[in-house]
Design a protein around this ligand. Structure first.
Ligand code: BES
Ligand code: ZN
Length: 368
């Protein structure tokens, strides 16, 4: 877990860090005696660049970051303070094509930008509520350009604004690039994949993805390590998926390849995603598989809840293709998709519980 979340850190789809993580996972699976295969596929992603300067009454150049998935564009306009970017923080008459200066905190970056857009702002600057700069993610493309700024530079703009009107120039440039991402498959030597344990190992760009999903990847590796390949525990394959965070791309690719190559359909897939933070165990997905796994969990004293699917993760690529699949996860993580999703908040005991539950469920399924 520490190798992924601390040594490597943020592992966005198609990035060199994601590839480095893939190499680590593949090496570990090979060490445990599995035949490993790196299945590559191409991904498209955007690289955003940002600029911000005060042009009047003084000239001052600042160091913004682009929020991921910000709209591209260039705007020169007056700056207007808009608190935390809640609807009530905007003047009733709206911002009328001015640029909103908003402090980080309270609501998501996407909500702040959507509220500014609803108030007719032309662009948004979000400054940090803690020391230093930050990276943020808007989850889906915004309607107007949005940049991030350090607390110090945000404070500087606030002070200047209190002295009188300010005109600033802001731009966000976005270039689409194509890169390669990969799944890592570990098979027991000369065996089919009757059961699959899966976990995505990529993360959002905003943070090191410790709970989402170094936790599931590390648990997958631990299960692979303790499964005794020589003891008839056959037919269990391990798949670490790339590019989940950009639309389940790795698992979609894996399932499509499985089908196109006419390989025997796996009996079940167990997906581990976000298993290290939160109060309760949840199991969601194919009903009969979820119920069986819940019985195993209850026998382990884990009191699982069978939840309706609210989240997207790689098990959906399997259920969409008619392969029974479940997601084992915990809820809820206040640091989800933020720069604070760090290893120190992941509880090792929970990874152990997830590994025990999965191992017992596999044994149960292999016997049925
Ligand atoms: N790990 C999350 C899904 C998740 C959230 C699992 C909470 C368990 C508890 C996953 O990486 C994610 O962020 N999924 C997105 C969609 C994805 C296609 C970007 C989601 O569910 O919104
Ligand atoms: Zn995830």
């Amino acid at each position: 877990m520490l190798v992924l979340a601390e040594d490597i850190g943020s592992r966005p789809a198609g990035s060199p860090a994601e590839r480095q993580a893939a190499q680590y996972i593949s090496h570990q699976l090979a060490t445990y005696g599995y035949e490993t295969q790196v299945e590559e596929f191409s991904v498209e992603y955007y690289v955003e660049e940002a600029g911000l300067e005060v042009v009047s009454p003084i000239s001052l150049s600042l160091s913004p970051g682009a929020l991921r998935l910000s709209a591209a564009g260039e705007v020169t306009a007056e700056l207007a303070a808009a608190g935390l970017g809640r609807p009530e923080d905007f003047p009733p008459e709206g911002l009328k094509d001015r640029i909103a200066l908003i402090e980080r905190g309270d609501l998501s970056f996407a909500d702040k930008v959507a509220n500014a857009n609803a108030a007719d702002a032309a662009a948004v600057v979000i400054y940090n509520n803690a020391e230093g700069p930050f990276q943020g993610d808007l989850q889906a493309e915004s309607a107007i350009p949005a940049v991030s700024l350090s607390q110090a530079e945000g404070g500087q703009l606030q002070t200047l604004l209190e002295e009188g009107p300010l005109t600033v120039r802001l731009f966000v440039q976005s270039t689409q690039e194509t890169s390669t991402s990969q799944n890592i498959i570990g098979r027991p030597p000369e065996d089919d994949c009757q059961l699959i344990v899966g976990a995505h190992y990529d993360s959002v760009a905003a943070g090191p993805g410790a709970n989402d999903n170094a936790s599931g990847s590390a648990t997958l590796l631990e299960i692979a390590r303790v499964l005794d390949l020589s003891d008839g525990e056959q037919g269990v394959c391990f798949v670490a998926f790339g590019s989940e965070e950009t639309g389940l791309l790795g698992s979609r690719h894996f399932v499509a390849t499985l089908i196109s190559q006419d390989e025997p359909s796996p009996q079940a897939m167990i997906n581990l995603d976000m298993v290290g933070v939160g109060d309760e165990w949840h199991i969601m997905g194919s009903t009969s598989l979820a119920e069986k796994t819940a019985q195993v969990a209850t026998a382990l004293g884990l009191d699982p809840l069978l939840t309706e699917p609210h989240f997207s993760s790689d098990h959906l690529s399997f259920t969409d293709a008619g392969i029974p699949a479940i997601l084992i996860h915990r809820f809820e993580d206040p640091r989800y998709h933020t720069e604070s999703d760090r290893a120190e908040f992941v509880e090792p005991q929970l990874l152990e519980e997830a590994a025990k539950l999965t191992l017992l469920a596999l044994a149960e399924l292999a016997g049925s």
